[in-house]
Ligand binder design. Sequence first.
Ligand SMILES: [Zn+2]
Ligand SMILES: [Zn+2]
Length: 157
Amino acid sequence: MSLKKDLLDRTIDCPKCWVKMDRKELEVFGPDIVIDICPKCEGIWLDKGELNKLLKNRKLSDYLTKHIGTQSKSKLVCPRCSKLMDIETAEDIEIDVCLGCNGVWLDHGELAKLNKISKDGFEVDEFSKAEERWEEMVQKERQSMLLGMFRRLSGKR
Ligand SMILES: [Zn+2]
Ligand SMILES: [Zn+2]
């Protein structure tokens, strides 16, 4: 799903404190990076692709934003597209990723932590990813079983 530019340019509300977030251009990270920062909790919103630009670590940013499945474990609702978000973990850092637009919510200080594990040489934790895929599979299995049951009940094949 790609977002329209006018939607990306719109100011968003912090998903935690519901105040308008500031749009800040970050020169240190190079051109074209405008991030949204909450003036109250200093959380950061990153649209799809921006995490990779900030961390300059495709392995880590892909790890955090791909294969996120369809199940939501986060309490946050995406400030950009209003879809549910899911929690992704890298080492001991938990970040919220949108299941709809792949935007990322970082609490205050989490960007620095991610930068640190990125520099320390992040290694993908295959075990926890496998666990997540397994949960996803079980969920799908259950859904198709229910669907099959429903079809039988309604007499359709
Ligand atoms: Zn906030
Ligand atoms: Zn979203």
